[in-house]
Design a protein around this ligand. Structure first.
Ligand code: PEP
Ligand code: MN
Length: 337
């Protein structure tokens, strides 16, 4: 449940309610917005009597929260969250562009792509060092060596960096080299990995599972936040449907639905959702138009010879063109880019 305080509620009133909640063995989460102050309660509410809470000074009303996710719930935190990643932020008023190769292949490959990402206007460099591939015989990633190249690229370009993690070992390595970690679609419900990501101290990009509902996705985000890490960004990357013309089906309606249900930023990945560079520009523009907080786009210096996801990777030239075309869309929705 949440306790909505009266406008201009006194700090002492807020403090005494929090003490009462914590004194009963529950957690209190304070959200102080410009309009309204809310105290969210997590735990066994049967320990609290509503009439006791209503008797506290400056309480306006009590609202039950029926969803099982609380900390990621917009009712708990009505203002949109801004997540800091290295020297940049993801959230309202800005359009984040994460660009880079599917997989880090060599130092030279990554550096050339990093410079192109920056030139196009990206603020975060993506690059996979641990690749969860469908086939065990496909390129599995350079692992820690790839992370070290990401660090070099970050130092050379000033771009913030993100890398997918697939295990405890990968998280321990990633914290030494990158600014943000990614939990991929295949691990969205790997709850132990989510908890570890929550304890990593780094912001987390949580991709939607291939067959996950929005509620399951928000519960996965809750696992991370419940470990004390509020810096979670969601990424819609397409879901499995009966349609085979595209690699997955991009669920753009997830963006407005999530804006209603959660305060977390949401970015869209037109590359993994469509599987073809030909559809990436249209879907990227549509994502910005429906008010996504950013995009994740795969780019490559030589898509035809990429070790992973070449068919969906944009050449540098196509990436620059897309970034140019995104400007009016960003302007329309009031986002700086
Ligand atoms: C990726 O971003 O490299 C990736 C593997 O994406 P997903 O988990 O969405 O398939
Ligand atoms: Mn990929």
């Amino acid at each position: 449940m949440i306790i909505v305080m009266k406008p201009n509620a006194a700090d002492e009133s807020i403090h005494s309610i929090i003490q009462y909640i914590e004194g009963n063995g529950l957690q209190a989460h304070l959200s102080k917005g410009t309009e309204v102050t809310i105290i969210g309660i997590v735990g066994d509410k049967s320990k609290l009597a509503a009439e006791n809470i209503m008797s506290f000074k400056d309480v306006h009303k009590i609202v039950p929260v029926t969803e099982s996710y609380k900390l990621s719930n917009k009712q708990f935190h009505p203002e949109p969250t801004t997540v800091k990643v290295g020297n940049t932020t993801i959230g309202p008023g800005t359009l984040t562009i994460m660009a880079g190769p599917c997989a880090v292949e060599t130092r030279e490959q990554l550096l050339s792509i990093a410079h192109a990402a920056k030139q196009g206007g990206a603020n975060i460099l993506r690059g996979g060092a641990y690749k969860p591939r469908t086939s065990p015989y496909a390129f599995q990633g350079l692992e820690e060596e790839g992370l070290a190249f990401m660090k070099i690229a970050q130092e050379e370009t000033g771009l913030a960096t993100i890398c997918e993690v697939v295990s405890h070992e990968a998280i321990n390595a990633a914290v030494k080299y990158v600014d943000m970690i990614q939990i991929g679609a295949r691990n969205m419900q790997n709850f132990y990995l989510l908890k570890e990501a929550g304890r990593s101290g780094l912001p987390v990009l949580l991709k939607r599972g291939l067959c996950a509902t929005i509620d399951e996705w928000l519960n996965a985000a809750e696992y991370i936040i419940a470990e004390g890490n509020p810096n979670v960004v969601l990424c819609e990357r397409g879901i499995r449907t009966y349609e085979t013309a595209t690699r997955n089906t991009l669920d753009l309606s997830a963006v407005p639905v999530l804006k209603e249900k959660t305060h977390l930023p949401i970015i869209v990945d037109p590359s993994h959702s469509t599987g073809s560079y030909r559809y990436v520009p249209s879907m990227a523009k549509a994502a910005v138009a429906c008010d996504a907080d950013g995009l994740m786009i795969e780019i490559h210096n030589d898509p035809a010879n990429a070790l992973s996801d070449g068919p969906q990777s944009l050449t540098f030239k196509k990436f620059y063109k897309l970034c140019e075309e995104l400007h009016p869309f960003a302007q329309l929705v009031g986002r700086k880019f």
